[in-house]
Design a protein around this ligand. Structure first.
Ligand SMILES: NC(=O)c1ccc[n+]([C@@H]2O[C@H](COP(=O)([O-])OP(=O)(O)OC[C@H]3O[C@@H](n4cnc5c(N)ncnc54)[C@H](OP(=O)(O)O)[C@@H]3O)[C@@H](O)[C@H]2O)c1
Length: 236
């Protein structure tokens, strides 16, 4: 294990999380802990990486479940005693462009926030001691241009609100964790072809994770508390 970075990715079963797990394990040489609600969903990726001699640690994780998050934190503490990178990728989009905020069922908003906001916070709180222990932790939050106040519009209101709130979490955590060398940033991956993004999106998942990987591997002089797309700062 040595000094190999330990990278935890939530929602690695498909889409951007799977692409990030693959890239960080094969290109960046990280020890990737890929997590999924159903670990069986990680088997195809693990088998594909094994063909080229790369390994993947697979663990169950539902970000909405306290016990699941605590179990992962305990497993990581016992096995590694640190986490270098946390990629808060798991996310849901449960409403639509046609959904009006004025008619939005509170249950849709609650369920969206449970994963996209509370889920991120639950996992980050549990892993914070391990990120601090690495002395140079990196937290990457998968936000979205849909959450930008500077460009706010109607449509998908629950998703938008969850991502705006997530950006606030990024700013607060960056301030709170600055003294322990942990950098916390938000990323908009652009519109990507995943189950969430749909088939018409212009970017592949591999293109979408470029800035995710960049933020996950930031040097000590790198930024914290920022919001980035294509490796450039974008308005909140
Ligand atoms: N695609 C885009 O265009 C785009 C643009 C901007 C931002 N983003 C953000 O990027 C992130 C990844 O999106 P994606 O496009 O890759 O979406 P996706 O293909 O729908 O994948 C979402 C992932 O999140 C996981 N997940 C959902 N709820 C979970 C929970 N409670 N616990 C653990 N994992 C959970 C899913 O796991 P299961 O397989 O178990 O459901 C899946 O692995 C999201 O946060 C999204 O908001 C995406």
């Amino acid at each position: 294990m040595g000094s190999q970075p330990i990278t935890v990715i939530t929602g690695a079963s498909r889409g951007l999380g799977r692409a990030a797990a693959s890239h960080l394990a094969t290109v960046e040489g990280h020890l990737v802990v890929a997590t999924a609600r159903k670990p069986a969903d990680l088997e195809a990726l693990r088998a594909r990486l094994a063909l080229t001699g790369h390994s993947l640690a697979c663990q169950p994780l539902d970000v909405t479940d306290d016990h699941s998050v605590a179990a992962l934190a305990m497993w990581l503490a016992e096995r590694f005693g640190r986490v270098n990178v946390l990629i808060n990728n798991a996310g849901v989009s449960l409403d639509h462009y046609s959904t009006s905020l004025l008619e939005l069922p509170f249950e849709t908003l609650r369920t969206t926030l449970e994963t996209n906001l509370f889920g991120v916070l639950r996992v980050t709180q549990a892993l914070a001691p391990l990120l601090r222990a690495s002395r140079a932790g990196r937290v990457v939050n998968l936000a979205s241009g849909m959450g930008q106040l500077a460009d706010m519009a109607s449509g998908v209101p629950a998703y938008r609100i969850s991502k705006t709130a997530l950006n606030a979490v990024t700013r607060i955590l960056a301030a709170e964790m600055a003294d322990s060398g942990v950098k916390v940033n938000s990323v908009c991956p652009g519109w990507c072809r995943t189950d969430l993004g749909g088939l018409d999106a212009p970017r592949s998942p591999e293109q979408g994770i470029d800035t995710v990987v960049w933020l996950a591997t930031l040097p000590e002089a790198g930024p914290s508390g920022g919001f980035f797309r294509d490796r450039q700062p974008i308005p909140w």
